[in-house]
Design a protein around this ligand. Structure first.
Ligand code: FNR
Length: 381
C-alpha cells in the first residue's frame, strides 16, 4: 500500500473502498458545489509568516474548547449516515476521537444510536440536534443525549430546508442502499466494505427508527425525515432548546455577522462559523473568509469555532490565527473511516496534529495561546 501522508491519500483510498453512492454522499456539495470548493481553496489564499532562530522546544497543541481539555483544537463534525462509510462508523470514530483526546459529535442522522456510541466510550461526546416539527421527538432526543452523558448540544441552525446534492439524486441514495443492479455491482467490487457491514447487527437508523412516531420501516423513515425538518424554526426556539437541555450549547451554521450577534445574545457557549461544508447555500462565502469579521463582532462575547474545508494542520493553524478557539473536520475523518475504519480516523487526526505542530514551530510559536493574527503574512479576508 502506498504511504498515507496527507488527507488526500485517505480520500483516494476511501474512493476505492467505499461503494460509490456513499463515497459521493460525503464528497459532494449542493448545486454547483462552488461553496464546497471555496471552503477548501480559500485557505490557500492566506499566507503564513516564516520566523527563524526561535526556541521551538517544548511545544504543545493542547488547549480547551468550551472549557473541555483537548489534545488539539480539532473536533469531529456531526455527519449523517457515517455508519455507511464503514460498518459501526459512528462507534469507531467516537472511539478514535476519545483515544486521541478530541471531541466527537454524533449527528441526529446517525446510523448507530446515542446509546450505541455511549456503550463504547468513556469520555462524554457531543450530540448534534436537528429540530424537527415533532417537538416530542426533539425532547426525547435531548433526554437520551442527557442520559448518555453528552457534555454539549450542538444545535444546527442552517438546515430548515435541504440544499440539493445532485450526486445523491443521480445515485438514488438510500440507506440501506436499494439493491439495484448498479448498486449491487458497486458493492460486489468492494468486498471488504460488504463483509464489515454483514458483521454488524444491522444497526440501520436505530437512532431514529423506533423513537419517532409512525416510523416502522425504512420507507416511512424516509418520508418522515423529509417532512420533519422545520421551516418555521427561529431564534425563539433557541431559547426553548436551551431550557430543555440546560447544559452547554453550541450553535452551528453561523456565516453572517448579524446572525453571530443574535447567537451571542442567546447566551450559547459557542458558535460554529459554518456553511454545512458547502452542502446548503451554494454561492455563500467560504467559512474561513467570514471568520475574521465574525470574530471582530462577537469574539469577546462568545467562543467562535469554525468548520468547512480544513484539510491540513496548516488550515487549522490559520483558523486559530484568525480567531477561532476551535475547529472541526467532517470529510477528512469520513475519508479516514472509509479507507481504514477506526485506524483511518486516528490517521487523519495524527496527520493534522503533526502538520499543525511543525507549522506552528516554523511560525516561531510553541503554544496556541501565542498564535494570533501576527503569524499571518497576508490574507485577503
Ligand atoms: C455533514 N454535515 C452535517 N452537519 C450537521 O449538523 N448534521 C449532519 O447530520 C451533517 N451531515 C453531514 C454529512 C456529510 C457526509 C457531510 C460531509 C457533512 C456538515 C458537517 O457537520 C460539517 O459542517 C462539514 O462537514 C464541515 O466541512 P468539511 O470538514 O467536511 O469540509
Amino acid at each position: 500500500m502506498a504511504p498515507i501522508l496527507e488527507i488526500s491519500d485517505l480520500k483516494n483510498l476511501a474512493r476505492k473502498r467505499v461503494p460509490k453512492l456513499f463515497f459521493d454522499y460525503a464528497d459532494s456539495g449542493s448545486y454547483t458545489e462552488s461553496t464546497y470548493r471555496a471552503n477548501e481553496s480559500d485557505f490557500s489564499r492566506i499566507k503564513l509568516r516564516q520566523r527563524v532562530l526561535v526556541d521551538m522546544s517544548g511545544r504543545t497543541l493542547e488547549t480547551t474548547m468550551i472549557g473541555e481539555k483537548v489534545k488539539m483544537p480539532v473536533a469531529l463534525s456531526p455527519t449523517g449516515l457515517t455508519g455507511m462509510q464503514h460498518a459501526d462508523g459512528e462507534m469507531l470514530a467516537a472511539k478514535a476521537a476519545e483515544e486521541f483526546g478530541v471531541p466527537f459529535t454524533l449527528s441526529t442522522m446517525s446510523i448507530c444510536s446515542i446509546e450505541d456510541v455511549a456503550s463504547v466510550t468513556k469520555r462524554p461526546f457531543w450530540f448534534q440536534l436537528y429540530v424537527m416539527r415533532d417537538r416530542e421527538f426533539v425532547v426525547n432526543l435531548i433526554e437520551r443525549a442527557r442520559a448518555a452523558g453528552c457534555s454539549a448540544l450542538v444545535l444546527t441552525a442552517d438546515l430548515q430546508l435541504l440544499g440539493q446534492r445532485h450526486k445523491d439524486i443521480r445515485n438514488s441514495l438510500a440507506a440501506p442502499p436499494k439493491l439495484t443492479p448498479k448498486h449491487l455491482y458497486q458493492m460486489a467490487i468492494r468486498p471488504r466494505w460488504c463483509w464489515n457491514m454483514l458483521q454488524t447487527n444491522r444497526r440501520t437508523f436505530r437512532n431514529i427508527h423506533g423513537h419517532a412516531k409512525n416510523v416502522t420501516d425504512l420507507s416511512s423513515l424516509h418520508s418522515w425525515t423529509a417532512e420533519q425538518f422545520d421551516p418555521k424554526l427561529s431564534w425563539a426556539d433557541v431559547e426553548w432548546i436551551k431550557k430543555q437541555w440546560g447544559g452547554k450549547l453550541i450553535i452551528k451554521g453561523i456565516l453572517d455577522v448579524e446572525d453571530a450577534k443574535m447567537a451571542a445574545e442567546t447566551g450559547a457557549d459557542a458558535i460554529i462559523v459554518s456553511n454545512h461544508g458547502g452542502r446548503q447555500l451554494d454561492g455563500a462565502h467560504s467559512s474561513i473568509s467570514m471568520l475574521p469579521k465574525i470574530v471582530d463582532a462577537v469574539g469577546d462575547k462568545i467562543e467562535v469555532h469554525l468548520d468547512g474545508g480544513i484539510r491540513s494542520g496548516q488550515d487549522v493553524l490559520k483558523a486559530i490565527a484568525l480567531g477561532a478557539k476551535g475547529t472541526y473536520i467532517g470529510r477528512p475523518f469520513l475519508y479516514g473511516l472509509g479507507a481504514m475504519g477506526k485506524e483511518g480516523v486516528t490517521k487523519a487526526l495524527e496527520i493534522i496534529a503533526k502538520e499543525m505542530d511543525v507549522t506552528m514551530a516554523l511560525c516561531g510559536k510553541r503554544q496556541l495561546a501565542d498564535v494570533d493574527r501576527g503569524i499571518i503574512a497576508e490574507s485577503p479576508f
